[in-house]
Design a protein around this ligand. Structure first.
Ligand SMILES: Nc1ncnc2c1ncn2[C@@H]1O[C@H](COP(=O)(O)OP(=O)(O)O)[C@@H](O)[C@H]1O
Ligand SMILES: [Mg+2]
Length: 308
């Protein structure tokens, strides 16, 4: 079977041997899905590290099959899909935990929010979806809080005390200390999407629906940052971001100060995740300074001076 080149490389990079074995097993897994759910799989979508393809059931009903390497991330996604329970979120039709399979309703027309050229409109649509996704954090769940994001940054700093990729030791330390302050002062925990951005929001009928939740508990302000890092223009990034922040803060009635501080922390983290050898995400990296500047302009002090 021929797969998308980038998909195979990413699976090998992230999952090493386990990923290689999973790629070998894919034809068998696809065959299993076709037999078990009486469906015919079609060509996959543009893939990252999961195999996602539309499929048609014998009844004529269209679905989407998502195959992932079974494990923590798969279980978190499955649990958060079911916790959101169709509130602004794609519906699960069936699943197989051992094999890492989820059968989803197919969203149609299914184009992503990235196709909406008008940035202000895209922000308002995103806010509308987030309003629907708003549910309180459940008490009994395997899904972790944003403290795991702080831990991820701490691990990077411990292994790279002199700095990591384009991130200086000072930036790593400042963002880690802010992460701690913010995590310690969360009052209302919500169930978050965990990877909310333009490519994980799809047109469905006359509405917009989220897909692909990572599952996380924390503040809604945190959930917006990944969105703010996506679909940025070539120029006027500061002004566009400021406008986005204002629209989202107003529409969702958010705490702007915490949003900007989470923005700084998460952007440092997202940049650290993007480091591969001497390469890293420049669009993410540029946003660190933008959040710093925006915070200073609004609150008259450095992010490092924030006190609870
Ligand atoms: N329920 C769905 N209906 C229509 N298209 C979908 C659906 N789920 C996923 N897709 C398409 O597949 C792509 C990848 O799915 P996604 O769940 O985001 O995978 P990944 O975890 O690899 O990002 C999406 O960007 C979208 O184009
Ligand atoms: Mg996705």
């Amino acid at each position: 079977m021929e797969y998308q080149e980038q998909f195979v490389q990413s699976v090998r990079f992230y999952f090493q041997e386990e990923g290689e074995e999973w790629i070998q097993e894919l034809p068998e897994l696809i065959h299993y899905c076709e037999q078990n759910w009486s469906l015919k799989m079609e060509d996959p979508y543009s893939l990252s590290i999961n195999y996602v393809a539309p499929a048609k059931r014998e009844s004529g009903k269209e679905v989407v099959v998502k195959l992932s390497i079974p494990g923590t991330e798969f279980l978190d996604e499955l649990e958060s899909l079911s916790l959101f329970n169709h509130h602004g979120m794609v519906q699960v039709i069936d699943f197989n935990i051992e094999k890492g399979i989820i059968i989803l309703e197919k969203l149609s027309p299914g184009y992503t929010l990235a196709t909406v050229e008008n940035d202000e409109l895209a922000c308002r649509i995103a806010a509308g979806v987030l309003k629907k996704l708003s549910i309180s954090a459940p008490s009994n769940t395997r899904i972790q809080t944003t403290a795991i994001r702080e831990e991820s940054l701490r691990a990077t700093l411990v292994q790279n005390e002199e700095g990591y990729g384009p991130l200086s030791s000072h930036v790593l330390r400042t963002s880690l200390s802010l992460f701690t302050k913010l995590n310690q002062s969360i009052v209302h925990y919500k169930l978050l999407h965990g990877d909310f951005h333009h490519y994980n929001v799809l047109a469905s009928g006359n509405a917009w629906t989220a897909i692909d939740p990572k599952g996380l508990l924390g503040e809604v302000e945190y959930d917006l940052i990944q969105f703010l890092l996506n679909r940025l223009p070539e120029k006027d990034v500061y002004d566009v971001t400021k406008n986005r922040v204002d629209i989202l803060t107003n529409e969702l009635n958010l705490n702007k100060e915490r949003l900007l501080l989470w923005g700084y922390c998460h952007t440092v983290l997202a940049t650290s995740w993007s480091v591969e050898g001497s390469d890293y995400s420049k669009p993410f990296y540029q946003m660190i300074e933008i959040f710093e500047r925006m915070y200073k302009e609004a609150y008259g002090k450095e992010v490092a001076q924030y006190t609870m």
